[in-house]
Design a protein around this ligand. Structure first.
Ligand code: C2E
Ligand code: MG
Ligand code: MG
Ligand code: MG
Length: 288
């Protein structure tokens, strides 16, 4: 392959690979200008407290339509942003915008307890995460005790000692830390000790399969017990049906998130969803 052909890593003989590379470069350029022109949007998805069915928090999820109006999946544009320092700009923008929105909701009495924002480990490596968070809190008046950051474990392996120290500083501000997609990547139990997260989010793939695969169910159950023994709260992501909800409830899972409750929605729609959920409730989830 090109990699072994000599020092030139750009050399690419596979036309398919070359086309993919060219498209990524175009997308990177478009994403850069979308950020400059404030064309990205944030959607919000609720997390439900299993114990009483209330909306405990909301997660900010970034949305982007390219120049031709087509939705680009976050997985794709986040990975493109991670290849350049764009992730630092994007990450700061998401944090600032979501905190600003949350503070507005707080002032009008519409905010749940917590706001979760996804953070890429690359933001730690390429930017100054602690300083960014401090600045955003200052700028928006966000209560740090009502902020949680979600980090996927995959990239945490690099510079793990440095990241652990920064996470310690972030936690000391009162901010919660969740390990996202737990179990999906190169999970190592030693990370739980090193990063001292407050929350674990069990990856959707386990939730998808747990009702049909007793091995996966055992993993879900073991992760819940492990987290509780370490004084962490557990969230199940990608909950799509009542059977999954009931099973997770029986296993003692603390929070659930998924299409069963709500899809990620624009700010005004999540407001409407929350107020009708509060008024009418959903008898299947709500207690009392
Ligand atoms: P994530 O943080 O694990 O978010 C959960 C993803 O699962 C979201 O996809 C959400 O829309 C989707 N989801 C939630 N419930 C269900 C369900 O019941 N069924 C199904 N099929 N899907 C469900 P989304 O919004 O496409 O985001 C994908 C990933 O992109 C996120 O995974 C996160 O890792 C990343 N991402 C999104 N926004 C940001 C951001 O602002 N910053 C960073 N660093 N990453 C982000
Ligand atoms: Mg997340
Ligand atoms: Mg996740
Ligand atoms: Mg996931």
């Amino acid at each position: 392959s090109a990699k072994h052909a000599g020092g030139n890593r750009i050399m690419c003989f596979d036309p398919k690979q070359e086309a993919e590379m060219r498209e990524r470069l175009i997308l990177e350029k478009q994403l850069r200008s979308a950020l400059e022109n404030q064309e990205l949007e944030i959607y919000y998805q609720p997390k439900i407290l299993v114990k009483d069915g209330s909306i405990q928090s909301i997660e900010a999820l970034t949305r982007w339509r390219d120049a031709s109006g087509e939705w680009i999946s976050p997985e794709r544009f986040i990975s493109i942003a991670e290849e350049s320092a764009l992730i630092v700009t994007l990450g700061r923008w998401v944090l600032l915008s979501a905190c600003r929105q949350f503070v507005n909701w707080e002032r009008s009495g519409k905010a749940p307890e917590l706001l979760s924002v996804n953070v890429s480990p690359k933001q730690f490596q390429l930017g100054n995460m602690v300083q960014t968070i401090r600045e955003v809190i200052e700028e928006t008046g966000m209560d740090p005790r009502r902020l949680a950051i979600e980090i996927t474990e995959g990239l945490l392996m690099n510079n793990s000692m440095e990241i652990a120290e920064e996470l310690r500083q972030i936690r000391s501000l009162g901010i919660k830390i969740a390990i996202d997609d737990f179990g999906k990547g190169f999970s190592s139990l030693s990370y739980l000790h090193l990063f001292q997260p407050t929350h674990l989010k069990i990856d959707k793939s386990f939730i998808d399969n747990m009702l049909y695969d007793s091995g996966q169910m055992s993993i879900v159950s073991a992760v819940i017990h492990l987290a509780h023994n370490l004084k962490m709260a557990v969230i199940a992501e990608g909950v799509e049906n009542m059977e999954q909800f009931n099973r997770l409830k029986a296993e003692g899972c603390d929070y659930v998130q998924g299409y069963l409750f709500a899809k990620p929605l624009p700010a005004e729609e999540i407001e409407r969803f929350a107020s009708s959920y509060l008024q009418h409730g959903d008898k299947r989830f709500r207690v009392g």
